[in-house]
Design a protein around this ligand. Sequence first.
Ligand code: ZN
Length: 339
Amino acid sequence: MNNRYSRQILFPEIKRDGQRKLLSSKILLVGCGALGAAHAETLARAGVRNIRIVDRDFVEFSNLQRQSLFSETDASMRLPKAIAAKNRLLEINSEIKVEAIVTDVNYSNIENLIKDCDLILDGTDNFQTRFLLNDACVKHSKTWIYGAAVSSYGVTMTIIPQKSPCLRCIFEEIPDAGSSPTCDTAGVIQPIISIVSAVQTTEAIKILIGKKESLHQSLMQIDVWQNDWRKIKLGAPNADCKTCGQRNFEFLEAENVEFSAVLCGRDAVQISPPAQTNLDLPALAQKLETLGAVKQNEYLLRLKYDEFELTVFRDARMIVRGTDDVSVARSIYARLIGN
Ligand SMILES: [Zn+2]
């Protein structure tokens, strides 16, 4: 071991033995926006050996105010966040391994993504994905760390299946779409990202080195603007919980094999194909050139189409910006990509 980790080894709760454990750990980061980028940087610097990052988006200029791994160059190049994160992390620590996966996390891939990992961190921005993650982690007895931040407010909880309440013990159903604020509607300031991610990554280090007695064991809520920091003590898991009590993993079931469409942010819809696909992007770009100028990199292509701005990823997802009407987006997808 060189002296890269010397200050961390001096910390009496970690020492040489804890550092060795970090250097043999594997984690999954689900989502690499503001929280995910902070998880990635802290844990890469700490020496977590294997980091798998999965994210579906590309870097935009509006991300740079809080998504600390990314640069103006990443935004200009429209790099996928997972790829931009990997590039930056390997500059920070070339002794670790980073696996970047550019895709949408859903019922068809989540179990594969988590199964060889010691721990999963939540850096997503929606309840649909968190409920899916909760089902998969409870089913496979994987510890995961929930985290969310919007405006100046954040929340986090560490979930050890069967030992502590799961996400569904606390929130029985997904809140209705549009009922809770998002970063696109309420904004967000960077300091709350730092605080929530700091609590999450400290919990991650405790878990990876086997110091579970030091976990905060609460639903922690923080408002950095209101100077309010509270911990709601967690009891036992709820015996009636659909996920960890009844082991009914409904979010892992493929209830439809249709193209799925989700609103992502304001004025944008994402269309995903029903199965994993790999598009030939250069061929598609050539085809779409007849409609307007196509800009592309290795991972995605973009073009203006009528009043819409389209982004097509290699896994055949399309983000249609300029509408919040799912049927409009689906019809553009059918016209340009096909069924
Ligand atoms: Zn539960």
